[in-house]
Design a protein around this ligand. Structure first.
Ligand code: 5AD
Ligand code: SF4
Length: 480
C-alpha cells in the first residue's frame, strides 16, 4: 500500500514545509469578504488525506468558507483522521477533547457557534462510536462523501440532529467535486485511484477506503491542467495502490490504460515539469510501468515500493502475494531501467508469528536492496483485520527491540545516501523561503528538503543546486 503520513498514505512522512509559498488565490479572494466563515482542517495520516483536505476546502470555498491556521475562532473544525495504526486513531479522541474546550470558550464568549466534523478513515471505521463517545461532534463523514459537505452543513445548521455519512461511492465523489483546485504551492497531490483489493492481513485500508477504483483519464488531465495553469510544477499522482490504475483510453479505442500510459500522457501537459507516483504494490509493477520509469524524463528517480518484511513466511501470512525473490528481481529490473533511481520502502516488525529468524530476513533484505529513505513501524493490531486474531502475537518489547535495530540500519542507509549526493548538482523545485530567513527551501528529485541562498524570485522554479552538506533528512547547497 500505501498508506502514506502527516503526509503518510504511508503514515508519517515528516515533510517540512516552507514558510512562504504561493498565496492561495481563491482563499485570499474570500478572505477579503468581511463575512467569510472560518474553516480549520487538521489533517492526519497519508497524502490522500492531504489531498482530501484540500478538496474539502475547494468544496467549501463557494459557500463562503476561508481556510484559517488555528481552530480557536473557527466556525467549522474538521479533523481528517487516520486509522492505519492504533496510535493514529487514538489521537482523534484527545484532539476532540481540546476542540470541545475551544468550542465551549468560543460560544460562552459570544463569538458564535463552532461546528465540529470528523472525516477520514476513523470516521469511516468508527462513525457511530465517535458520535457516542464525543457528543461535541456534529458531523461524521467518510472519505467518499466530501462532496456532500455543503448539504451536511445545512442539515446541522437546521438543527436536524447529528449527521453521519459513510456511504461508499468513490466515482460519485470525483464526479461531484469541483473541477478546479486551489493549490497551496508548486507541488501538488492528485488522486488518480482510491481503495484497495489486496487485503493484506494487517491493514484497514480495504475496509476504510473500499475497493480499488480508478478515475477516468479525462478527469485527471483536466485537474492536472488546472494545477499547471495555477503555477504547479510538480504533481504526485497518488492512490492506495496507484500502480493498480486501470481506465479506458481517452481516444475511445476501447483499450485500457495502466499507470505507465497515464504518466506519459500527463507528462505532455505544458508547465508540468516533474511527476511522481505513490504508493505502489510490487504485484502491480508491470513492464510498461518499468519502461516508463526508464524513459520518461519528467518522472523523478525516486520510487516508494514497500515490501513490509523480508521473510517469505511472513509475506505469505501478510497476504502480500509475492516472495522476497520476486521483489528483488523487480528491483533489479527497475534499477536496470533507471540506474539513478533511489528506493524507499515501508516495513512492519513484529507481525504475528515473526520469529527472530524471520526478522533477520528483513534485515538482510534491507542490506541487499539498500534504501534511500524508509518508513518502519511496529505491527499494530487493527480490529476487524485477520492479523488481529492470529495466534503468536509478538510481545511489545520484542517489537521495540526489532524496530530499533531496523531503524539503526535504515537511518544509516538514509544518511549514507544523502552524503553520496554531496558534490552533485541536483534540480531543486523551489517551494518558498526557508525557516531561517534569507535562504530558499526546495525539494530535490529524491524529495529531501534542500536549503540554499538565493533570491525569492526563484520561488516556483526548478533550479540547479550543487549539494555541499547532508543530514539524515535534508540537504544544503549552493546555486550552480
Ligand atoms: N501496523 C503497523 N503498520 C501498518 N501499516 C499498515 N497497517 C499497519 C499495521 N496494522 C504500515 C504499512 C503500510 C504503511 C502505510 O503503514 O507499512 O505500507
Ligand atoms: Fe497497501 Fe496492503 Fe493496505 Fe492494500 S491492504 S492499502 S496493499 S498495505
Amino acid at each position: 500500500m500505501t498508506s502514506q503520513s502527516p503526509r503518510d498514505i504511508n503514515a508519517s512522512r515528516d515533510i517540512e514545509s516552507p514558510v512562504i509559498a504561493k498565496p492561495s488565490e481563491t482563499a485570499s479572494n474570500i478572505a477579503n469578504a468581511q463575512n467569510a466563515k472560518k474553516l480549520f482542517i487538521k489533517t492526519y495520516g497519508c497524502q490522500m488525506n492531504v489531498y482530501d483536505s484540500e478538496r474539502m476546502a475547494d468544496v467549501l470555498a463557494p459557500i463562503g468558507y476561508m481556510a484559517v491556521d488555528t481552530p480557536d475562532d473557527a466556525d467549522l473544525v474538521v479533523l481528517n483522521t487516520c486509522h492505519i495504526r492504533e496510535k493514529a486513531a487514538e489521537k482523534v479522541y484527545s484532539e476532540l477533547g481540546r476542540v470541545r474546550k475551544m468550542k465551549e470558550t468560543k460560544e460562552s464568549e459570544g463569538r458564535g457557534e463552532m461546528t465540529v466534523a470528523v472525516a477520514g478513515c476513523v470516521a469511516q471505521a468508527e462513525g457511530e462510536e465517535i458520535m457516542r463517545r464525543a457528543p461535541v461532534v456534529d458531523m461524521v463523514l467518510g472519505p467518499q462523501t466530501y462532496h456532500k459537505l455543503p448539504e451536511m452543513i445545512a442539515r446541522v445548521a437546521r438543527k436536524q440532529g447529528n449527521v453521519l455519512e459513510t456511504e461508499f461511492d468513490t466515482l460519485e465523489k470525483f464526479d461531484e467535486l469541483p473541477t478546479t483546485r486551489d493549490p497551496k504551492g508548486f507541488a501538488a497531490f492528485l488522486t488518480i485511484q482510491e481503495g484497495c483489493d489486496k487485503f493484506c492481513t494487517f491493514c484497514v485500508v480495504p475496509y476504510t477506503r473500499g475497493a480499488e477504483v480508478s478515475r477516468p483519464v479525462a478527469q485527471i488531465v483536466a485537474e492536472a491542467r488546472d494545477l499547471a495553469k495555477k503555477g504547479v510544477r510538480e504533481i504526485t499522482l497518488i492512490g492506495q495502490n496507484v500502480n493498480a490504475y486501470m481506465a479506458d483510453a481517452p481516444d475511445g479505442s476501447g483499450e485500457e490504460w495502466g499507470l505507465g500510459d497515464l504518466i506519459k500522457h500527463v507528462a505532455k501537459i505544458g508547465g508540468i515539469e516533474r511527476l511522481r507516483f505513490t504508493t505502489s504494490h510490487p504485484r502491480d509493477m508491470d513492464d510498461d510501468l518499468i519502461e516508463t520509469i526508464g524513459n520518461e524524463p519528467k518522472l523523478m528517480p525516486y520510487l516508494h515500493l514497500p515490501i513490509q518484511a523480508g521473510s517469505d513466511k511472513v509475506l505469505r501470512d501478510m497476504n502480500r502475494g509475492h516472495t522476497y525473490e520476486h521483489y528483488k528481481n523487480l528491483i533489479a529490473k527497475i534499477r536496470a531501467a533507471r540506474p539513478d533511481i533511489a528506493l524507499s520502502g515501508d516495513f512492519i516488525v513484529g507481525f504475528p508469528g515473526e520469529t527472530d529468524l524471520d526478522f533477520e530476513q528483513t534485515m538482510k533484505c534491507v542490506e541487499e536492496i539498500g534504501y534511500g529513505s524508509s518508513f518502519s513501524f511496529k505491527y499494530s493490531i487493527r480490529p476487524g483485520t485477520p492479523g488481529a486474531s492470529m495466534p503468536r502475537q509478538v510481545p511489545e518489547e520484542v517489537k521495540s527491540e526489532r524496530l530499533k535495530r531496523l531503524q539503526d540500519l535504515l537511518y544509516t542507509q538514509q544518511r549514507n545516501f544523502n552524503h553520496s549526493l554531496i558534490g552533485r548538482t541536483l534540480d531543486i523545485l523551489v517551494e518558498g523561503i526557508g525557516r531561517d530567513g534569507g535562504q530558499l527551501f526546495g525539494r530535490s528529485p529524491y524529495l529531501q528538503g534542500t536549503h540554499f541562498d538565493g533570491s525569492d524570485d526563484l520561488i516556483g522554479q526548478v533550479v540547479p543546486v550543487t549539494i555541499t552538506g547532508a543530514g539524515r533528512n535534508s540537504l544544503t547547497g549552493d546555486l550552480a
